[in-house]
Ligand binder design. Structure first.
Ligand code: SF4
Length: 333
């Protein structure tokens, strides 16, 4: 690891405990792998120590996600039920009306969410979509919610427009390592992904970017994904770590599941490598035990999606989450 010795953490920013911080430390694949392989107790002690330097360890940020345009996507992401390349039960829909989106966002706010994430199953937004998207951002922000969109690839002009509309975060996951990427998606490249991330960053928006574990990738691929993220010009402010939900009809329907310990190790490594970012437990929580989620929180996860669906996949019910938070003494951020 450059700039920090084993056992040391990076300097603590003097500002408030905020995710907005440039990362100056370069990670190599070898250095990250060495940390990933630490004895489990040492790894978690280190990640929890880093976590406490940057965040309240007992507060977790809640986000809600709404699919504003479902299915019929021309991309062929091997894990996704919304790709038109796969035979799944998801039926394509048009972009939801603004009033319906705002009504859902209002409900999310009333149930405690502070960030509202909206996803559309597109390769990229078409020029004709942009007016409606800008209107949606403005209307949801007026409710006092942070806004996040995931619409596929953006050019610089689109990124500038969304930034001017006040969009807080843009989600665009790299999914996995650069070397495993062609095994997951063939309709775009890893470099395409990085281009959009660069447009989002340069347009002044916060970046939400992470990946999916359990797609048949190696442990080294998972570590290398985090190396790419942490070495971006600025580490993503939000890092979603998803556990694959195998979906019938997709090429990954029978992917071997990732073990809970291996999953927690990646959460811990993400916390250590990107100390000031929100690390979010995203898809796959419905398949995790309470104990596994508790270990993830201990490892440094401090954001979750709430609600009973996550795009087209299941997610723990609100009541189950409230009960888990009570048992663990966690509070919403
Ligand atoms: S993950 Fe997104 S881009 Fe890929 S197929 Fe699904 S909706 Fe399309």
């Amino acid at each position: 690891m450059l700039g920090a010795k084993e056992g040391e953490t990076k300097p603590i920013p003097s500002q408030e405990k905020s995710p907005a911080r440039a990362v100056t430390q370069e990670w190599t694949s070898q250095d990250a792998w060495a940390v990933y392989q630490l004895p489990f107790n040492d790894l978690l002690f280190r990640s929890q120590s880093v976590h406490r330097e940057h965040f309240d360890p007992n507060r977790v940020q809640l986000s809600r996600l709404l699919n504003i345009k479902t299915g019929g996507c021309p991309e062929d992401c091997g894990y996704c039920s919304q790709s038109s390349h796969h035979s799944t039960a998801v039926a394509p829909s048009k972009l939801m009306e603004v009033e319906k989106i705002v009504a859902e966002a209002r409900k999310a706010k009333e149930s405690g969410a502070t960030r509202y994430c909206m996803g559309a199953a597109w390769r990229n937004p078409k020029p004709r979509d942009m007016d409606a998207i800008v209107e949606i951002v403005g209307a949801v922000k007026q409710l006092g919610l942070e806004t996040c969109l995931t619409l596929g690839m953006l050019d610089r002009g689109q990124a500038d427009r969304l930034s001017a509309a006040g969009l807080d975060y843009y989600n665009h996951n790299i999914d996995t390592s650069e070397s495993y990427y062609p095994s997951v998606i063939s309709t775009r490249t890893f470099a395409d992904r990085l281009d959009t991330l660069s447009h989002v960053h340069e347009a002044g928006m916060k970046v939400c970017c992470g990946g999916i574990l359990g797609m048949g990738e190696s442990e080294q691929d998972r570590v290398d994904m985090l190396v790419t993220l942490s070495n971006l010009p600025k580490a993503p402010e939000s890092v979603p770590i998803n556990m694959l939900i195998p979906i019938a009809g997709t090429p990954m329907a029978k992917a071997p599941p990732i073990g809970p310990i291996e999953f927690v190790r990646i959460v811990a490594l993400a916390r250590i490598m990107m100390p000031a970012s929100f690390v979010r437990l995203s898809a796959g929580r419905s398949a995790m035990t309470d104990e596994m989620q508790a270990l993830c929180f201990f490892a440094g996860a401090n954001s979750i999606f709430v609600g009973d669906t996550l795009l087209t996949a299941g997610n723990p019910q609100d009541e189950a989450d409230r009960k888990l938070f009570r048992r663990l003494g966690l509070e919403a951020l």
